[in-house]
Design a protein. Structure first.
Length: 323
């Protein structure tokens, strides 16, 4: 997930101005092959050129496509650049929307793709024929920008919607407080998507984020058609740390099940229940459980912060109770 998070963060950073292909390769690293198809050239040219571990060099344009990168401090020799070396590339909204629709099993939007950065409709999540939830993407340049986009999404949301962000980098208490209760479910893509050899695929954490948007009467669980069997859940539980398993048990014993549970506890209270110190290790354990789809967090659903067992977590608790 770290390589994907790095790739998505670069998509956020370079969404507006763009970057040269060499900068994309350097900054994205191992995940470059996965996002290269999302990039398109702009009509802009770079004014500075850089290499790893070297100061940025000023570009002097000699016309006719010829340019030279010069280090004003004379720490590096001049570098002759071709026109293609200077072209800035940015992510394309249409291609990104298609990639996300495929990864999250969405019905792609027919609305013309809006330019990014900004707010763009990705598609519809349809867990059942009679239910459709609009999914939007907010690509923000900074925290204040995300607050503005969240308010715009609030205004446009006649029914509950999912609002995706590429990463959590621009999340802040202000953006979370801008969410109208029950109107928006805020989801970072790097929590619900994994990169599998250049292909983005949905993880089980997606169900933990969206389960409250569909009726619980459907066997108490909502999925996108991907059912996790008890055997699969047992195998996932086997890989959890003892601290993580004890946290699931603690929430079950205190009947904190589903988004509508009345007493969604803080990290500190769960640590108390489970018999652990409330430290960085315990916080990391809860974060892992959310990403794995065992726990949900009210903050992600436009409510006050607090944790609860998802349908998958409820099944896991039952298995742990029997073992």
């Amino acid at each position: 997930m770290l390589a994907l998070t790095r790739s998505l963060r670069c998509l956020e950073l370079y969404a507006s101005i763009g970057a040269t292909m060499s900068d994309w390769k350097r900054e994205v690293g191992d995940g470059f092959d996965g996002i290269e198809p999302l990039l398109i050239p702009t009509e802009r040219l770079a004014r500075r050129w850089s290499r790893p571990g070297k100061p940025a060099m000023r570009i002097v344009d000699h016309g006719n496509g010829c340019a030279v990168a010069i280090c004003d401090d004379e720490l590096s020799p001049p570098v002759v650049l071709a026109h293609s070396d200077r072209v800035l590339y940015r992510p394309d909204g249409k291609r990104l929307r298609k990639r996300l629709s495929e990864a999250l099993d969405l019905f792609p939007s027919k609305v013309i793709a809006a330019p990014i950065p900004g707010l763009m409709q990705v598609g519809e999540w349809r867990p059942e024929p009679s239910l459709s939830v609009l999914v939007w993407l907010a690509v923000a340049q900074h925290a204040d920008d995300l607050v503005r986009l969240t308010l715009d999404a609030n205004a446009a949301a006649q029914n509950p919607i999912v609002l995706l962000t590429l990463t959590r980098a621009n999340w802040s208490p202000r953006s979370e407080s801008a969410i109208r209760e029950g109107a928006i479910t805020l989801i970072p893509i790097d929590d619900v998507v994994a990169d599998r050899q250049g292909t983005w695929a949905q993880t089980s954490a997606w169900d933990g984020f969206v389960s409250h948007l569909a009726p619980r009467s459907k066997a108490g669980a909502v999925s996108t058609g991907k059912v996790t069997s008890d055997d699969e859940t047992r195998e996932q539980l086997r890989l959890l740390k003892e601290m993580e398993r004890h946290s699931i048990i603690a929430l079950a014993e205190n009947n904190v099940i589903g988004l509508d549970s009345t007493k969604q506890p803080s990290q500190k209270l769960i640590a108390q229940w489970a018999g652990y110190e409330w430290d960085a290790s315990f916080k990391a354990a809860l974060s892992s459980l959310v990403k794995a789809g065992f726990l949900g967090n009210g903050k992600h659903h436009g409510r006050r912060g607090g944790y609860f067992l998802t349908p998958k977590g409820e099944v896991a608790a039952a298995i742990l109770d029997q073992s």
